[in-house]
Write a protein that binds this ligand. Structure first.
Ligand SMILES: Nc1ncnc2c1ncn2[C@@H]1O[C@H](COP(=O)(O)OP(=O)(O)OP(=O)(O)O)[C@@H](O)[C@H]1O
Ligand SMILES: [Mg+2]
Length: 368
């Protein structure tokens, strides 16, 4: 069983601390995605799990065993990097076989595993080529193949698809998900692409500045982000944020005024909200309705209209605040015209001045 735990893990480079005491529990067989902006510590955390980076403080457990100081080769893990290092003088087939030959696997097993990896990764026609005769994307597939053949207990991927073109990226994403389905082993996948995170993960770990912001299934993070950072990071296009001010607080019933002066009332969990407090209201682009009534209606003039076919994106303004709205591609949307877009209150997210989500309890009535 290859479950994995991080216990109060820190990383320091001299006086500079980049990982600030991370705790994480990963179950055997889970597909975990680390996601977050550049420099947040995704690779550092992964490299500490792999043993390629020393842990400054804290412990790493794999399969219940403390591996904090165990050599990388003894951890039962295999890692695929963004920058691949293939042996230039070896063919694709030799590059994929080499690791197994070193560990003394039989010829038949090597043949079988390389053939399977080549099939999964569509490398069959390229097996006799040298790395210099491959494109960047093809080389990356060989690097993944080299890992697959070793059948490790835990796979670690550090942005393995970044060098592939858009179409191949989507294909490979599906192949890696299939691979996980077939092998059923633990996988940790690093990306800054939230679409990859949403589509591949059993659970997503959102990182920021060396801390975990939230851990949850894709839909938990989508529906109940714990703060404005996670809310803005998960979902595409990004959640809209409108500045609002508190006009009344009665217990958990809070009313806020929108930029266009409409008031809405929500039942939320909160610490100490007071009249006059600044807050942020979040609404996802896909939660606006056009041509249907809902709790609240905003009048918005679309100044840019992007038609993608099935979907149309409307960029507009509400009293100086830019909004993006996702509308049905078949709906009649005219640039420059004032249009009604509505939303239901239970689709709203309310964040306090520190960006912490005030969880909605139940929706009360709306007032115009
Ligand atoms: N050897 C080092 N010395 C000092 N700081 C370092 C060192 N290596 C990494 N860092 C810092 O640690 C932080 C986390 O880096 P890391 O490479 O883990 O980020 P990342 O989330 O993988 O980013 P990216 O998406 O750009 O790959 C960054 O601020 C980086 O500058
Ligand atoms: Mg990185």
């Amino acid at each position: 069983m290859a479950d994995l735990q991080l216990k109060k893990v820190f990383k320091r480079y001299g006086k500079v601390e980049t990982i600030h005491g991370v705790d994480l529990d990963i179950r055997h067989g889970e597909f975990i995605v680390f996601v977050g902006p550049s420099g947040c510590g995704k690779s550092t955390l992964l490299r500490m799990i792999a043993g390629l980076e020393e842990v400054s403080e804290g412990d790493v457990f794999i399969g219940g065993k403390d591996v904090t100081t165990t050599q990388p080769s003894k951890r039962g893990i295999a890692m695929v990097f963004q920058s691949y290092a293939l042996y230039p003088h070896m063919s694709v087939k030799e590059n994929m076989s080499f690791g197994l030959e070193v560990t003394g696997e039989s010829k038949d097993v090597i043949e079988e595993r390389v053939a399977e990896a080549a099939r999964i990764l569509k490398l069959e026609p390229l097996l006799d080529r040298k790395p210099r005769q491959l494109s960047g994307g093809q080389r990356q597939r060989v690097a993944i193949g080299r890992t697959i053949v070793r059948k490790p207990e835990v796979f670690l991927f550090d942005e393995p698809l970044s060098n592939l073109d858009a179409e191949l990226r989507v294909q490979m994403r599906i192949e890696i998900s299939r691979l996980h389905e077939q092998l059923g082993n633990t996988m940790i996948y690093v990306t800054h692409d939230q679409v990859e995170a949403m589509t591949m993960a059993d659970r997503i770990v959102v990182l920021r500045d060396g801390n975990i912001e939230q851990v949850g299934t894709p839909m938990e993070l989508y529906h109940s982000p714990c703060n404005q950072f996670v809310a803005g990071f998960i979902g595409s296009p990004k959640m809209n944020f409108l500045p609002v001010s508190v006009t009344s607080v009665v217990g958990q019933t809070v009313s806020v005024r929108l930029p266009d002066s409409q008031e809405i009332t929500l039942n939320v969990e909160h610490g100490e909200l007071a009249v006059g407090d600044s807050m942020t209201l979040g609404i996802r682009p896909e939660h606006f309705l056009h041509g249907e009534s809902a709790d609240i209606t905003l009048q918005i003039k679309g100044d840019v209209i992007e038609r993608l076919g099935g979907t149309t994106y409307v960029y507009g303004e509400l009293d100086g605040q830019t909004l993006i709205i996702e509308a049905d591609g078949e709906k009649d949307i005219v640039r420059g015209e004032l249009m009604d877009f509505s939303f239901h209150l239970n689709r709203c997210h309310l964040f306090d001045k520190d960006g912490i989500a005030c969880k909605q309890l139940a929706v009360e009535a709306a007032a115009a």
